[in-house]
Design a protein around this ligand. Structure first.
Ligand code: CP
Ligand code: NVA
Length: 303
């Protein structure tokens, strides 16, 4: 049994979430200024595009005194068929941590199993835990606590799965509205319902968008066509049409509700410009928090 820590799912840090958020806030406030990762390197494997995840990890490592290596799918033997196990073992001899963004969550589990260094999920088709941490940091910053209602509207995808777990672990009520056939992952939804019995979070998963958003303090959405779903583009646009976050829908939320989106966004699809570029939107602060949350994750795993 390896003693290293990983963050592949929000469940991996269930007892550590408040501690990581606290660290993220300290980084944002400039309360940790030493270089705790001096001499350490992070390999960053990307099989999908990225702006925020790549830049926040890269800058985060730099600011903590370490070094990062950007390894795209066109650079690595992994994507020419080299086994994940060989890649994991070899990289473990060079670097102190591995961040990976890929499609199949199972691949990340295998990488973690075989690696001797911490592995961080930078997005799979199942989860996006680093995003969820930055999102909860943002909610704490904007609302002061997790006592309100979180509404997620749209695709029950990777981002939604991690948000469902993190909000129930933190005891925040969450209401998710998706079209039929696009609900969050069943195992994750079951886990969330179990956790909610302990934390008191109310978990609703519905197809009725108005029910999810009614009285919400946070309204969150993500793209209808995630990376890897491009072939279903037309079908998804039709299936999600009633799940757009627009000004009418926002009127059902609390008057001081905030609008959140992990980005990138497609204006005119999952959200209209008036909302995402309007006064209730906190998307740029949310994106900034990826940097602080990433530093907290790196510090927690690699220091
Ligand atoms: N939200 C997010 O993960 O953005 P990128 O795809 O740009 O990394
Ligand atoms: N659900 C999106 C998130 C991107 C950050 C995707 O997987 O493409």
């Amino acid at each position: 049994m390896k003693s290293k820590k990983d963050i592949l799912s929000i469940s991996d840090i269930k007892d550590e979430i408040p501690k990581i958020l606290d660290l993220a806030i300290k980084f944002k406030n400039g309360e940790i200024t030493d270089k705790p990762l001096e001499g350490k390197s992070l390999a960053m494997i990307f099989q999908k595009s990225s702006t925020r995840t790549r830049v926040s990890f890269e800058v985060g490592m730099y600011e903590l005194g370490g070094n990062s290596l950007f390894l795209s799918s066109s650079d690595l033997q992994l994507f020419r068929g080299e086994p994940i196990s060989d890649t994991a073992k070899v990289l473990s001899r060079y670097v102190d941590g591995i961040m990976i963004r890929t499609f199949n969550h199972q691949d990340v589990l295998e990488l973690s199993q075989e690696a001797d260094v911490p592995v961080i999920n930078g997005l799979t088709n199942l989860e996006h835990p680093c995003q969820a941490l930055a999102d909860m940091q943002t909610i704490l910053e904007k609302k002061g606590n997790f006592n309100g209602k979180f509404a997620y509207v749209g695709d029950g995808n990777n981002v939604c799965n991690s948000l469902l777990l993190i909000s129930t672990y933190l005891g925040m009520d969450i209401s998710i509205a998706t079209p039929k056939g696009y609900q969050p992952n069943k195992d994750i939804a079951d886990e969330a319902k179990n956790i909610s019995k302990k934390t008191g979070a109310d978990v609703q998963i519905t197809n009725i968008v108005e029910d999810a958003v009614f009285g919400a303090d946070v309204v969150y959405t993500d793209v209808w066509v995630s990376m890897g779903n491009e072939e279903e583009k037309e079908k998804r646009r039709n299936d999600f049409i009633k799940y757009q976050v627009n000004t009418e829908l926002m009127k059902l939320a609390a008057e001081d509700a905030i609008f959140m989106h992990c980005l990138p966004a497609i204006r005119g699809e999952e959200v209209v410009s008036d909302v995402i570029d309007g006064l209730q939107s906190v998307i740029i602060d949310q994106a900034e928090n990826r940097l602080h949350a990433q530093k907290a994750v790196l510090y927690y795993l690699m220091k």
